[in-house]
Each structure stands twice: as structure tokens, then as C-alpha cells.
Design a protein around this ligand. Sequence first.
Ligand SMILES: C[S@@+](CC[C@H](N)C(=O)[O-])C[C@H]1O[C@@H](n2cnc3c(N)ncnc32)[C@H](O)[C@@H]1O
Length: 295
Amino acid sequence: MVNEKIAEGDNVLLYLDARRTYMLKIQAGQTFHTHKGYLKLDELIGRDYGEPIKSSLGIYFTTLKPALTDYIMKSSRNTQIIYPKDAALIVMFSGIGPGSRVVESGTGTGSLTTALAHYVGPTGKVYTYELRSEFQKNAAKNLQRSKLIDHVEMKSGDVTQGIEERDVDAVILDLAVPWLVVPHAYEALKPSGILVSFSPTIDQVVRTTEVLKETGFVFIETIECMMRGMQVERGKTRPQTLMTGHTGYITHARKILKLPQQEPTPEPIAEASPGLALEEPLETAEEESKTDQSC
Ligand SMILES: C[S@@+](CC[C@H](N)C(=O)[O-])C[C@H]1O[C@@H](n2cnc3c(N)ncnc32)[C@H](O)[C@@H]1O
């Protein structure tokens, strides 16, 4: 594979160590200042990703090509976001892939939108509903930075009032009242389409699950993903002392088609003579076991 060179306009993840990384856009004539000295961005253009670069104070940084998780973690935030550990499972449970059409709400910071757009592109679409215009504008900037905006249609409005799209592959919810959206999600989804809802509290999960059952969803499951980092060093390898205790619960379910209104079942006509069973079992358990042994 040909090495990709850093070009003007690229986003680069400048890496000092695991705790100190910086996302920057390469613009000719600009300098990037850190507490470890500054870097002239002109000097990065045309160089390989992964190359160490010396700052004005002689400290080495490495230029990395940003991955999806970097765009999520470095997004400009104005809401709580969905972290990569949960986004990964949401994508997996939703069954989406290139070409999928997905409805999402709320957009928030657009972190989950970024992940969804990455997986449905270039032929799929994410329709993301957001109530607050200031959040929507900020999310649009984040999606522009990750160059995924073309796979997203940003929709203003209250998703509890309805979803315009039809026959979508998946509906993904991350908002305070997901149960109010479940009936609209049912209308929007194609048969067997998948709903995934992320909620921080178990009360939200219970209400959502109850409405999912009433509305026409099956295969309903809720999970929680806990991620524990490891410090790895020979002779000292063990779990990190600090971990994120809780982010949220992920509930996923599949839409089924409702049965047509059934005719009332007619009363059985019991004409048989007294003492005679209407139906007799074809085989007793004993006979079944005999049959098995004879095979
Ligand atoms: C927790 S944030 C979503 C964060 C997002 N998943 C992310 O990863 O960046 C919840 C968002 O839902 C929006 N929201 C709440 N109720 C809504 C509704 N009825 N219709 C549309 N958006 C709504 C809020 O304004 C907020 O931006």
C-alpha cells in the first residue's frame, strides 16, 4: 500500500503520549503551540503519517492519521456523548453497513452520528433529528471536520412528534424519553428493522422495553458494557486503578409485523360419546423412546 503523505487541509493527530494528543488541521503558514514547544505546520506537509517531528524545544511528537475514535473523542462537545465502547456495540446491534438508511435522535454533539455515518457511507444515509439548533450547528461542524457530513441529513425538530422517513434499516435513540419515540420508530422501520436505544438509567430502560413489547418488537435485550483498561508492563501488568463506572444501558429490538385482527375463535363442537377423548396423542413418551432406540 502506498504511504499517504500529509497534505494541506488534512487533520492530523499529534501524539506526545496516551494522555497528550492534539487534533489539528494542517494550514500553511501556521504554527501550533504546546507546552513542549511549537511546530511549524508547513514543515509537516508532504511528510509521512507516523513520522516523528521535533518541536522548537527539541521534543518529539508523532503525526498520526486520525481514526474514527479520535474524531469522536476530539469532538467539540456541548452534550454528553456516546463513547466508542458503546458506539461500537450500538453499530453492531443495529446491523448497519454500507448503504444502510438510519434514523437517529438526538444528534447532540454528533459523536454517535459520526460513527453511524462512517459505517453507512458512501451509499447510505443517517437522518439525525435534533431539537436544539445550537447543538445541531455544533454537530454539523464536527461532521464537517471528519468529512462525513455528506452521509448525514440533519433534521430540526421534536422526534417525539414523528419520523418522516420510511423503510429505514435502523432507528437509534439517545434522548431522555425514548419510549415516546418507539411508536414512530415502528412506523419508520422496515419489517424486521432494528431499534437500538441508549439510556443512562434503568427506569428509562424499563419504560422503553414495556412500550417496545406493546408496539410490536421482539428479541428485546438490554446490556451494559463495562470497559476496564490495563496497564501493561512486564511484572506490573494489572487493571488500571480508575475506570468509568457507568455510561448507559443499550436496549435493542426487532420490529415484527402485527397479525391482522383475528376472527373470534368458534366454540369447539363436542359431539363425541362420553368417555372418548376428542384427541389422542399420536405417541406416548414411552413409545417415542422405543422409536428412538429402534433407529
Ligand atoms: C445525550 S444527547 C445525544 C448525544 C449524542 N448521541 C452524541 O453522541 O453526541 C441528547 C440529545 O437529544 C436531544 N433531544 C432531546 N429530546 C429530543 C427530542 N424530543 N427530539 C429531538 N432531539 C431531542 C437533546 O437536545 C440532546 O442534544
